[in-house]
Write a protein that binds this ligand. Structure first.
Ligand code: FAD
Length: 140
């Protein structure tokens, strides 16, 4: 189920060239798993209309951390230009959690599907190499 939370943007930090990380308050009791994502909804004060004020980002933070972090390459899009200007402490919307990714791994399609993203995401589990059996070999 997707819930809208109002959370404070705690701070922004450049973590790589042209790449900003946004740290958000974590709502009380909010739980997620690695690989899940939410939509950041910028406030009306940015002047953006509903077709430009929302973008989905994966959580770059670990589920056990006290804050939420999301990172993105800054491009000259309306959303990102506005996001870069939003002052620390501003309350933004967080739409989460979208339906959990379901692993639909098959021998020919090792992908996870995410209905909300209408895209298939790489399945971490499937990208791991199968364990090789370590049978003891006897030399003659
Ligand atoms: C499930 C999910 C998780 C996501 N997680 C992240 C995340 O963790 N970090 C992140 O940065 N983004 C993430 N995205 C993508 C994010 O929502 C934005 O769409 C993306 O960052 C581009 O936003 P924009 O404002 O730069 O461009 P937009 O205004 O959204 O796009 C403008 C146009 O530019 C095109 N475009 C955008 N990026 C590129 C590119 N690199 N090269 C060529 N054309 C491009 C688009 O196709 C579109 O036509 C995620 C999306 C989904 C669905």
């Amino acid at each position: 189920m997707v819930t809208r939370y109002d959370v404070r943007l705690l701070h922004k930090k450049e973590v790589a060239e042209h790449t900003l990380e946004f740290t958000l308050e974590k709502p009380q009791g909010f739980e997620y798993r690695a690989g899940q994502f939410g939509d950041i909804v910028l406030p009306a004060s940015t002047g953006l209309d509903e077709s430009h004020n929302k973008h989905g980002f994966s959580f770059a933070s670990a589920p056990f951390e006290d804050t939420l972090r999301m990172a993105t390459l800054m491009r000259p899009s309306k959303f990102k230009q506005a996001a870069a200007q939003v002052p620390d402490g501003t309350v933004v919307g967080l739409l989460a959690l979208w339906a959990a990714s379901r692993c639909t791994r098959t021998p020919t399609s090792p992908r996870c599907s995410s209905p909300a993203a209408s895209a298939s995401l790489p399945c971490a589990a499937s990208s791991r190499r199968p364990r090789t059996s370590r049978r003891a070999t006897t030399s003659r």
